[in-house]
Design a protein around this ligand. Sequence first.
Ligand code: SF4
Length: 460
Amino acid sequence: MNSVFELFKIGIGPSSSHTVGPMRIACMFVKEAYESGELQKCDHIKVELFGSLGATGRGHSSDKATVLGLMGNVPENVDMIEAKKRLKDVIEHKKINLLEIKRVNFDFEKDLVLNGSKFLDFHPNAMSLYMYDENEELLIEKTYYSIGGGAVVSEDDINSENNKQKVDLPYNFKNADELLEKCRKNSLHVSTLMLENEKVFRSEDEVRKGLLEIWRVMQECVKKGCETTGELPVLGVKRRANKIYNKLHEKDGFAMIDPLEVMDWINLWALAVNEQNACGQKIVTAPTNGAAGIIPSVMHYMNKFLGSTFKEYDEDKIINFLLTAGAIGLLYQNNASISGADVGCQGEVGVACSMAAGALAEAMGGTIEQVENAAEIAMEHSLGLTCDPIGGLVQIPCIERNAVASVRAVNSARMALNGDGSHYVSLDSVIKTMFETGKDMMSKYKETSKGGLAVNIVAC
Ligand code: SF4
């Protein structure tokens, strides 16, 4: 992974690895089958979800996302109202329109198997898909992995030599030490270094437009989350963002009496995003859906509360924030993991907190050492966070956890800015520690809903 656009993706809730990933995999599978001519011969299709995908697939809507993907939908532009109608048709008639061009047999109850007790070696989020002809002869079988944040790889990708070729970047970095060294040597901020790297994949204009679009969707999500009332699906938990939003506005907007009221705003923006995510709405993975509230919340904090220092909605500030956050996210993605099923919630909420803290430190004028320190502080105090969503739903503890982590990100940035950048624990050490802690964590605490809150507070 080399581009921030592999971390910030527009998709749908509630989960990047369990909803966005399976939809992308299913769509990829049928497209590949179409290109190889197998889809045209297909009469029956089956899908098996393994490990964490199997264990929490119903709560995360992995099953429905898979069906939509088989019909050719992609998370970026799926029309959820239309999709629900088509889903109903598939379940009722036990037939599915692959890519909307080939109608084949598919019994939603029997042909989509959730196998939560079997884990494949490469990653806990695995999925195999099978196509059969009219004689029930296997035409094609493929296995894919949803490796976090909506990113997917196939078994073929893993073994392919093409994928092992390195992209030639102007400022290639493997770890935080190298990133810092290249920034120092070339007198660059993390964001400006990252922009030069991004220009290998697309023009500067496209990078800027793409990141502003990401920010637009984040803002839209916050707005809708603040406006919407009602309950979250299945658990019936009441949405909180709207109530807090109204309460804060009654107090004359941003003219605060209690200085800590800023925390209420930070909480609000994160809650708004994660409530939207829980309801399967449009979301930006940042770097995952479960942790999608932290970066937008901290960006809203930057815009609203640092307005005397920075012009509100300053495009450069927004773009640089996302570039710096992205650079930090890539360090985690490339050296550890951003998947709750792989390393627990420290890899989702912890990583988002670290990305936001580092980016905020840069936005507030921090040196590269302070940026690294902020990102490190945020992760150091997220180490060990388990993933135990009640009912396999990205609601409890996820929504509130995003709010708490957003405040922690701001605190981490401010702490780093009050120092001179020198610190004892390096960002590389904390990334390594997070990964090792995640690997040592028992599987019941890694998005299987078999431990922690998920078993002590049983979903209704
Ligand atoms: S607990 Fe954390 S990692 Fe697990 S689903 Fe919730 S946000 Fe994602």
